[in-house]
Design a protein around this ligand. Structure first.
Ligand SMILES: [Zn+2]
Length: 399
């Protein structure tokens, strides 16, 4: 079986939301699925064990290029021409833990001790194995795409990257490997968006070196430059107040253009505070959003900065949450450091292609079926599965 057919089988497993390799197994000898893969319809393509092995030995860079190529082609087709806020292009970074098990482990597993309840109700400690990644996601008004993924390495594998074999990698270390690669693949990205973990000098410096702006949530009240901004804001009236009956929100905004109190970052950092409360009567307790803004992102208005920071939520909602609840991205299809990465790039390719298809080709499709986008997508996947049963000739001409 050629490698591309194995990759195609995994790609369609992701696209058609087949829940496990066990569920895939019978399809590998069914005519419609073989037609879909361009395989000879008179015999079984391979076993799922073979597929799993193929993932483990796949050339990661070429699998990644498949996923990257889809987004790059969409960019050439001017899909992202309009950009998002301020007509710029935003990538969100966030940690993701899709796999967690006490049963099997591989060399890429991270390990933690957890307390579990035994059969007789007694408490005992056991090892839990898990895989964590940093995911890069393109944020947009109408849709979000999965751009790239990088594993957080356990200490012994980490030794080969930065020589630090004393501890497992944290999210920031993996993110610092990921962001330059993402920028290299998608040079048109302009701003990186991230949560409080990333509000530090070294990360903002990396973004600056990559000529990217940053909008990062600042959470630690005692840390610079938030501390200095709070000092300046205290007693100041908000510079802008927006009441939006449509969203039912009142937003007060404070802006602090160029602070230089963070020693580990050379340039100016703009701080923005958005205090959001609802318009209920009486109003609910306000919530503060503090953002550190650098580079080309400083040209956004305070209101836009807040919108971008709140848009970071897309990576958890349209990304992680959907991949778990609607797709089967957190099922352990194969348990191997390289195999898991290859699988995610193929699944990302499937997710991106379906997302682009829905939003570009079927603009009216979503409107016809109401606003529930996830339901719309589920419906489309059901229709594809129904259509697959009727596929009686090869889909591709592979002669
Ligand atoms: Zn593992």
């Amino acid at each position: 079986m050629p490698a591309w057919q194995a990759a195609a089988a995994v790609f369609f497993t992701g696209l058609l939301r087949i829940r496990s390799f066990n569920a895939l197994e019978p399809r590998l000898s069914e005519k419609p699925f073989l037609n879909l893969l361009g395989a000879k319809p008179d015999r079984t393509l391979c076993s799922v064990d073979t597929l799993s092995r193929a993932l483990r030995v796949s050339a990661l860079e070429s699998v990644r290029q498949l996923s990257v190529g889809i987004v790059a082609q969409a960019e050439r087709n001017k899909v992202f021409r309009e950009g998002w806020h301020g007509a710029m292009h935003y990538v969100a970074l966030d940690g993701w833990e899709p796999i967690c098990t006490s049963k099997q482990h591989c060399e890429g597993c991270l390990v933690r001790r957890i307390r579990v309840k035994g059969r007789g109700g007694e408490l005992r400690d056991e090892d839990q194995f898990y895989h964590r990644f940093v995911v890069a996601m393109l944020l947009g008004e109408r849709f979000d795409l999965a751009l790239d993924i990088e594993p957080m390495l356990p200490a012994d594998l980490r030794a080969a990257t930065d020589g630090r074999a004393d501890q497992d990698e944290g999210e920031l270390t993996a993110a610092k490997r990921l962001l330059p690669r993402v920028k290299k693949s998608f040079g048109w990205l302009e701003v990186v968006v991230a949560d409080g973990l990333y509000a530090n000098g070294p990360f903002l410096t990396l973004a600056e070196q990559l000529r990217m702006g940053a909008v990062v949530i600042a959470r630690k009240e005692g840390d610079e430059p938030l501390r200095e901004a709070r000092r300046i804001w205290s007693g100041q009236k908000p510079q802008q107040i927006i009441e939006d009956p449509q969203s039912g929100e009142r937003v007060e905004l404070w802006d602090c253009p160029a602070l230089r109190t963070l020693d580990s970052y050379k340039g100016p950092i703009r701080m923005v505070l958005g205090r959001v409360s609802n318009l209920d009567n009486p109003p609910g307790p306000p919530r503060d959003w503090c953002m550190a803004v650098t580079g080309r992102a400083v040209r956004l208005s305070p209101r836009k900065v807040l919108a971008v920071a709140r848009g970071r939520w897309h990576i958890e909602n349209t990304g992680f949450h959907q991949w778990t609840s609607r797709w089967h991205f957190t099922h352990v299809f194969t348990h191997d450091q390289l195999g898991i990465q290859a699988l995610y790039w193929l699944f990302f390719a499937a997710y991106n292609l379906l997302t682009l298809f829905l939003y570009r080709q079927l603009r009216c499709y979503g409107r016809d079926r109401g606003k529930d986008v996830t339901r719309t997508i589920s419906r489309l996947v059901d229709e594809m599965l129904d259509d697959l049963a009727r596929l009686d000739a090869p889909l591709w001409d592979t002669s």
